[in-house]
Design a protein around this ligand. Structure first.
Ligand code: 8YV
Length: 328
């Protein structure tokens, strides 16, 4: 019997490819070429499955042009690259990779917060440039993390991981804003209390964004929100680029309306707004919050589990639109 055909849209572990090849005829993009939408459509011709990594847009146009497609498995917890409604309408299964990256991503969020608040990369650049000639009492003075107020916008699994680190590890006072309140037990475990977005922005010393991207969360932080923050506050974004208005943030950093920012994600990445590159009080990293080998391996395995589970056994592990399962 012919094996189903799948596309692996980005480079991935050779072991993952080998595992997929046991079940499928695999075309993979091991050279990590950047494909236009037309090229993605062309590569998807005749494919029943796609292994995606979060940046390949699967929308109504792609789906209409690829009628054989049955499943897209994202190697990412975020799935704003999928138009899930359009996929459901076409009977195409969407899956993501939740849970396996929670703790690693929360570690990174905290690392970025610490690097930002304590000016670690800025001071390292100074040292490497040979500018360190003397001690001074306020050289690279940053803001305290222990005992400070940590405001988390988006209190899903990763947000809760950051709250636990802040409350239990650093004695921070944790406040959060989320579409819905956590139940009392989770709030107690995270030592976190609910705040409106406005209260959070006005009172937090450090604001961390972990909210999923959608039309509703686009520019959750723009000029008006930045204006509410304390001039001593820091902002960390490990969610998605479009959550922050990068131009407004660059202006706020330049004018010292907030103290500093740490960004792992950007509007239009891998391009970064040039104004952000021009301000010193921002730590910039290339979307690496989940990047440890064990975690990336677990994410790849889960995406592969979904492809094999669905196309071979009819049982995906983490479906986002289980409504389509009845029809396949
Ligand atoms: C991924 C992510 O590295 O899981 C997510 O939503 O943003 C990252 O962990 C990225 O999407 C590529 O897989």
């Amino acid at each position: 019997m012919n094996k189903p055909k799948i596309l692996v849209a980005r480079s991935v572990f050779p072991e993952t490819i080998a595992r997929l090849e046991a079940h499928f005829e695999v075309e993979s993009n091991q050279d990590d070429q950047s494909w236009s939408k037309a090229q993605l459509i062309q590569k998807l011709q005749g494919k029943q499955g796609a292994f995606t990594t979060g940046s390949e847009r699967i929308d109504a146009e792609v789906l209409a042009a690829c009628p054989e497609l049955k499943i897209c498995a994202n190697m990412a917890v975020g799935y704003n690259n999928f138009d899930v409604d359009a996929m459901t309408a076409r009977g195409v299964l969407a899956t993501n990779a939740p849970d396996v990256l929670t703790e690693t991503t929360a570690d990174f969020g905290f690392a970025l917060l610490m690097a930002t608040a304590r000016r670690i990369t800025e001071s390292e650049h100074f040292l490497r440039a040979g500018k360190w000639q003397k001690w001074s009492y306020d050289m690279f003075a940053g803001s305290d993390i222990h005992g400070a107020t940590l405001g988390i916008i988006g209190m899903g699994r990763i947000g809760q991981g950051i709250a636990r680190r802040g409350a239990h590890g650093f004695g921070m006072k944790v406040i959060y804003h989320n579409r819905s309140r956590l139940d009392a037990q989770l709030e107690a475990e995270c030592k976190a209390s609910y705040a409106t977005k406005e209260e959070l922005l006005k009172t937090a010393d450090h604001v961390v964004l972990v909210v999923p991207y959608s039309a509703a969360s686009h520019h959750t932080i723009g000029a008006a929100e930045l204006a509410l923050m304390k001039p001593t506050a820091t902002l960390v974004n490990i969610a998605r680029g479009g959550i922050v208005d990068d131009a407004a943030l660059a202006a706020a950093l330049r004018d010292k309306r907030i103290a500093a920012a740490g960004l792992d994600v950007f509007e239009g990445e891998p391009n970064v707004h040039p104004a952000l590159l021009g301000v010193p009080n921002v730590v910039l990293t290339p979307h690496i919050a989940s990047a440890t080998i064990p975690t990336r391996r677990a994410m790849a395995e889960l995406a592969a589990d979904n492809l094999v589970g669905f196309l071979v056994d009819g049982k995906p592990v983490t479906p986002l639109n289980p409504a389509v399962l009845g029809g396949k």
